[in-house]
Ligand binder design. Structure first.
Ligand code: FE2
Ligand code: FE2
Length: 365
């Protein structure tokens, strides 16, 4: 008889940045149940974390401009871009939550701590593939997110540097994405991609999640699900050509900046046309996803029948995603509120199609 010895699973590595006089000892005791914790002061946050970090927990006085500034400067480093971050709020009234979201919080927890609740948040915010409860669906989800992320890197980092995006690059990702949402759920997809700190990536990954879930909810055949996945992934490809200062501006855009931003459908269209391998329908989505049925959209002021079905669908998931995403200058809308706002947009959107989207929009949270 052979005896298999199960290797002990790798534990999470958590960095706790605390400016508290008690070094957040109560929190450390809880965190130790799910990972190895290193406690440091905010001034000691390294420029680059040594080894793979599962996440960083920040326990500071969010009302202190000095502490907030110090953490902002530290976490701005490239090495922390993809590291999930959990912020501790002083109390359940969410004092300081605006600062936390502005600092790129993945999630927040509040004092007084309820150990079980904190552990749940940690497991969700910092998933550990070595956990025993990390199931096949978790693996499918991770693979799907990674595949989608790879397309984002090609769009936002390689394309502006002159490396063309090919239709094949996009197609390579679609199976993993479809499988991820089919095996886990839209909700889990959104929770995972919501941890991404680059909001352009996050937005495109949200739109992709909603588009795939909508396609699956509609019972579309596989090939149509793929068409929607591709279109969603690249819909904002033109943003790769918008200056980062505008794209990542932590506040509302000025009129001039808005004019510049509104060039992204055209820029994206031109880039994909130049590439040559993209089907006409993807070009249509890229160029027209900001058109409205009443003619008030851009860039071409198309109306009614001039706007194709796939574009109508993409416009709905695009707006819904934008509303429920967190932005540095405002809290995310709830899914219900976002849906209500879209109903109030009346003739701009295909309201019939919007109603079909309702269970996807509201069932996801
Ligand atoms: Fe867009
Ligand atoms: Fe978009």
């Amino acid at each position: 008889m052979t005896v298999s010895v199960k290797p002990s699973p790798a534990r999470r590595r958590l960095l706790l940045a605390s400016d508290r006089s008690d070094h957040s000892s109560e929190l450390v005791a809880i965190l130790k149940k799910v990972g190895d914790v290193e406690t440091i002061s905010t001034s000691e946050i390294p420029e680059k974390p040594a080894g793979e970090l599962s996440g960083i927990i920040v326990d500071i006085n969010l009302r202190s401009a000095e502490s907030v500034q110090r953490v902002r400067n530290k976490l701005r480093a490239k090495a922390y871009e993809a590291v999930p971050r959990l912020f501790v709020l002083a109390d359940a009234l969410h004092h300081g939550s605006m600062q936390a979201w502005a600092l790129g919080a993945t999630d927040t927890i509040a004092r007084p701590f309820d150990a079980r609740g904190v552990l749940q948040r940690i497991r969700a915010a910092f998933p550990n593939p070595h956990d025993e409860d990390f199931s096949a669906s978790g693996k499918a989800l991770t693979r799907g997110v990674e595949a989608a992320h790879a397309v984002m890197v090609k769009i936002f980092e390689k394309l502006p540097a002159g490396v063309p995006l090919t239709f094949n690059d996009v197609m390579q990702a679609e199976s993993a994405i479809l499988k991820a949402i089919r095996r886990s759920s839209l909700r889990e997809w959104l929770a995972t991609v919501g941890r991404h700190h680059n909001h352009s990536y996050r937005h495109c990954l949200f739109v992709t999640g909603f588009a795939v879930a909508f396609a699956q909810h509609l019972g579309m055949r596989d090939e149509d699900q793929r068409r929607l996945t591709r279109a969603a992934l690249v819909h904002d490809v033109g943003k790769a050509f918008i200056p980062v200062a505008i794209l990542d501006k932590p506040g509302k855009l000025t009129d001039d900046e808005t004019t510049e931003m509104r060039k992204h459908p055209r820029f994206g269209f031109e880039a994909l046309v130049a590439q040559g391998s993209f089907p006409r329908e993807m070009l249509d989505v890229v160029l027209h996803h900001h058109e409205f049925l009443d003619g008030s959209g851009y860039p071409d002021g198309l109306q009614g029948d001039q706007i194709s079905d796939i574009v109508r669908l993409m416009t709905i998931v695009d707006i819904h995603a934008a509303l429920v995403e967190r932005r540095s200058y405002r809290m995310p809308f709830t899914h219900a509120k976002a849906f209500e706002i879209m109903e109030q947009m009346g003739d701009k959107l295909d309201q019939q199609l919007l109603q079909v989207f309702r269970p996807v929009a509201l069932g996801s949270y």
